[in-house]
Write a protein that binds this ligand. Structure first.
Ligand code: BGC
Length: 844
């Protein structure tokens, strides 16, 4: 444990310093400290030597704590990919890397990991969470936080609790029974808190049983009182709505600031006796303790040595390794690894072939330091092979909106006096209050300008966009191809667009809401459609009027790629496929499909992508499909192609890691952390739609593979599934004890011709149980490596967290005494061996 200081001299010293600091504060200052200073910063208290703390998103990189919150940074594989590694050692290294990045940017607390569960594959933030299984989620989450906190940066597991979907996330409350609440949704939080002594935690927007999480008793019991959490609870951004109820609850910090329901209103409530000063002190203590741990309180050394950022080569190597370690080889008829010697021509096709790797949308979306595209990675790795396929554009059949973080504009756009990019100007209206009318005609003066290199504009809490200014985008777009093209803004509200100086569009409803999600996520696309001629530039100017006061803006400027015709694009891809010795075809989702703020409504890829796969695979049976998605997608063609490799959202080393895997320099190491369905209608839980503000987890204990087993439906790929480049024979299993705890020893043989790594998985069953149980549930796992022909034995402990259940009558954890069956396999759908262990009971 990194935070081994608890109970030690260090812990005692912190408590003394905290009490001393608390004693130096008056009530006004204490209350002021409990609301953020701005978007990413807390208030400091110089009189007691406490500097402000800086927090940052999280979780697949460190965005930085500056007002723009979008300094370039290392873009890691998405959290689903990290969980797919089933490798806590690797995830801990990632945590350490993140700590180094955080410290280099002055960040004290990273807002992650996201440890809500994959209750439904439709959940918009699925890419950002780890797994459908609480045990795997908890182990990976603890490793991530240990990595961070061992290097001086606080983790912030989020979003406590049951924020497993996004529809109406600001307002819904989950109805869930006690056992699933404890055994599924809280379990990863409990484990992370207990195993890492997490320095902070984030309370969700949503609620449980009718109460918002920022006001919930669950912050006190079990979090504080039972799990021993002594860190700081901060609210999700703008999630606190009550002065008194949240003041009385064990919520410690309202984020962001400077406004919010506390401040002077809380001071008044304390003076009136509606919130006790003791409650205020308890909150301030937690803030001071966090400050002490990260080294922000004078006179107290940080809890752990503060990290520095490793050299770039080491960062790149780790990201590259992690990307392959989490990639899941779903199917392989033997084509992979590619025998480079036998290849003369490789076609690299599909919408993702030549674009930077996709990411999920929302607060996790970041500006990558750099991006190795698949085609660039493969070109560099195979100098002697002719790569067919130059750009992605012509293989995107039909109109396809490029996600703004996918499209870098410099090659095509000119902003300001020939400079590449987009000129963004903030304009003040000379006669404000124009309402719906006149965004095109408003008289304006320039407040501020900057040049941007991609189409995503995010401002957080920036005073320059306070109030209701007009934001203008100006650029010159030169198309590489002749054809119809759409250019526009993804934003709610009133938009005007000029093409070559002519007003071409003025439209858009001004919404009657201040719901931030409505503004940020999944906004309508307001665009003009125009006939472009290859090589001939058009001047594009777009204006949007901000219609709310909060200092946040997220606007996407997108371009839809022109395509001669869908049929022509398909025919061209088919032709290249036919000329190649093998095809790598890259498909997937983007931040427009998977995002914070909304759930998906379908699991299908765009129909054009499915059609592309079918046609290309028919043209060349040696087609490897590479899927990039953070959440399950349907692959109706999966048995028609030679191999399917799932890279998730792979991070900035995408192309290099892909080349490593395709050429067999490394094995794709991943195993599915979540079931992948064959058909949408088979999915047990599709319900993410609250009814009258309530979302009922009617399935109880049965989510993910537990539900699939109960329904007796076969998915496309079961939980735990994934091939490597060798094969494994499971020889035998025997119960043993390890450190006094029940375990099994499993012997397996590498029966293939290459060295490899296998994730040996244990599933428990209790058919004679006196309580309701899933048919099988994950009971432990361990990875083992072996050379070709080698036999290896691995001891896999039965994870003690898997043996317990919540005894509702006793209100406590219990272990049912007796015999637990232990099934050993390669996935929950591929059980190879079985034994049982006798367990002594615990509790009532
Ligand atoms: C998200 C959090 C995030 C916060 C700050 C919220 O909308 O739910 O996960 O940390 O914004 O960006």
């Amino acid at each position: 444990m990194s935070h081994s200081e608890t109970g030690s001299d260090y812990g005692a010293m912190v408590e003394v310093a905290v009490e001393r600091a608390l004693g130096g504060l008056d009530l006004e200052t204490k209350v002021r400290l409990l609301t953020g200073f701005d978007f990413w910063t807390t208030n400091g208290a110089p009189q007691i030597g406490m500097r402000p703390l800086i927090v940052s998103d999280g979780p697949a990189g460190v965005k930085g704590g500056s007002i723009l919150h979008e300094e370039a940074t290392t873009s890691l594989p998405c959290p689903t990919a990290l969980a797919a590694s089933w490798d806590e050692g690797l995830v801990r290294e990632i945590g350490e890397l993140l700590a180094g990045e955080a410290r280099a940017k002055g960040v004290d607390v990273l807002l992650g990991p996201t440890i809500n569960l994959h209750r439904s594959p439709l959940g918009g933030r699925h890419f950002e969470a780890f797994s459908e299984d609480p045990l795997l989620t908890g182990r990976i989450a603890a490793a991530y936080v240990l990595g961070l906190q061992s290097r001086g940066v606080g983790g912030c597991p989020k979003h406590y609790v049951c924020n497993d979907s996004e529809t109406e996330r600001q307002t819904y409350a989950v109805d869930v029974d006690e056992r699933p609440l404890r055994e599924l949704y809280m379990a990863p939080f409990e484990r992370t808190v207990r195993e890492t002594a997490a320095w902070s935690l984030m309370a969700a927007y949503s609620g449980v049983r009718g109460t918002r999480m920022t006001e919930s008793d669950l912050l006190r019991d079990p979090l504080e009182e039972n799990w021993g959490f002594d860190g700081l609870v901060m609210s999700d951004w703008y999630a606190t709505h009550a002065t008194i109820a949240a003041g009385r609850a064990a919520l410690d910090l309202v984020m962001p600031g400077p406004d919010g329901p506390w401040g002077d209103a809380l001071l008044v409530a304390v003076r009136r006796g509606e919130v006790t000063e003791a409650a205020i002190d308890a909150k301030v203590r937690r803030l001071l303790r966090l400050a002490a741990r990260v080294g922000a309180l004078e006179g107290v050394a940080p809890a752990t040595a503060v990290a520095t950022r490793p050299p770039q080569a080491a960062v790149s190597a780790l990201v590259r390794r992690a990307s392959a370690a989490g990639s899941v080889l779903l199917g392989n008829d033997g084509i992979l690894p590619l025998a480079a010697g036998g290849l003369r021509r490789l076609a690299v096709l599909g919408p993702n072939a030549a674009v930077p790797p996709s990411q999920g949308g929302g607060s996790a979306n970041l500006r990558a330091d750099y991006a190795i595209t698949p085609i660039d990675g493969l070109r560099a790795a195979m100098p002697g092979v002719e790569i067919l396929g130059r750009t992605t554009d012509r293989y995107r059949p039909g109109f396809q909106r490029l996600a703004p973080d996918e499209v870098a504009l410099p090659a095509e756009a000119g902003a300001d006096e020939g400079q590449p990019g987009i000129l963004v100007r903030v304009l003040g209206e000379l006669a404000p209050g124009g309402g719906e009318a006149g965004v095109a005609t408003a008289e304006v003066r320039e407040i501020y300008r900057e040049r941007r290199l991609d189409g995503r504009l995010i401002w957080h809490g920036d005073p320059r966009i306070a109030g209701r200014p007009i934001v203008e985008f100006a650029t010159r777009v030169t198309s590489q191809e002749t054809g119809r093209q759409r250019i526009g803004l993804g934003v709610r509200g009133r938009v005007a667009i000029w093409i070559d100086g002519q007003l071409a569009h003025e439209d858009g409803e001004v919404p009657d809401t201040d719901d931030i999600d409505g503004m940020w996520h999944d906004p309508p696309y307001q665009a003009v459609e125009l006939d472009m001629t290859a090589g001939r530039p058009v001047e594009v100017v777009m204006r949007w009027r901000k219609f709310y006061d909060q200092g946040i803006v997220l606007i996407d400027m997108s371009i839809e790629k022109p395509v001669v015709s869908p049929e022509a694009a398909l025919a061209e891809a088919e032709k290249l496929a036919g000329e190649a010795d093998a095809v790598v075809l890259l498909v997937g989702t983007t931040s427009l499909d998977e995002s914070e703020g909304h759930d998906r409504t379908s699991l299908a890829l765009q129909p054009e992508q499915d059609l592309l796969v079918t046609r290309v695979a028919a043209a060349n049976p040696r087609t490897v499909v590479v899927v990039s998605a953070g959440a399950p997608v349907l692959m109706p063609w999966r048995n028609e192609v030679a191999a399917v490799l799932l890279t998730w959202f792979p991070g900035q080393e995408a192309g290099n890691a892909l080349a490593d895997m395709l050429l067999g320099r490394v094995e794709p190491g991943g195993r599915l952390p979540t079931t992948w369905p064959a058909r949408m209608e088979d999915v047990p839980i599709l319900d993410t739609q609250p009814v009258n503000g309530r979302l009922h987890y009617a399935e109880g204990l049965h989510i993910g593979y537990r539900a699939w087993l109960r329904a007796e439906t076969a998915p496309a790929y079961p939980f735990g599934h994934g091939h490597g480049y060798t094969s494994w024979t499971y020889l035998d299993v025997a119960p043993v004890t390890a450190g006094g705890e029940p375990a099994v020893e499993v012997r397996i043989r590498n029966s293939g011709s290459r060295a490899g790594r296998e994730v040996v998985q244990l599933y428990l069953a209790r058919p004679d149980s006196s309580i309701e149980r899933p048919l099988l549930w994950l009971g432990g796992y361990a990875a083992v490596e072996a050379g070709p022909g080698q036999n290896v034995a691995v001891t896999v402990p039965i994870d003690r967290w898997a043996l317990r259940h919540w005894d509702e009558a006793a209100g406590a954890w219990a272990v049912e005494p007796g015999r637990f069956e232990v099934r050993v396999g390669r996935s929950v759908g591929d059980i190879r061996l079985a034994t049982y262990v006798e367990v002594v009971g615990l509790g009532s």
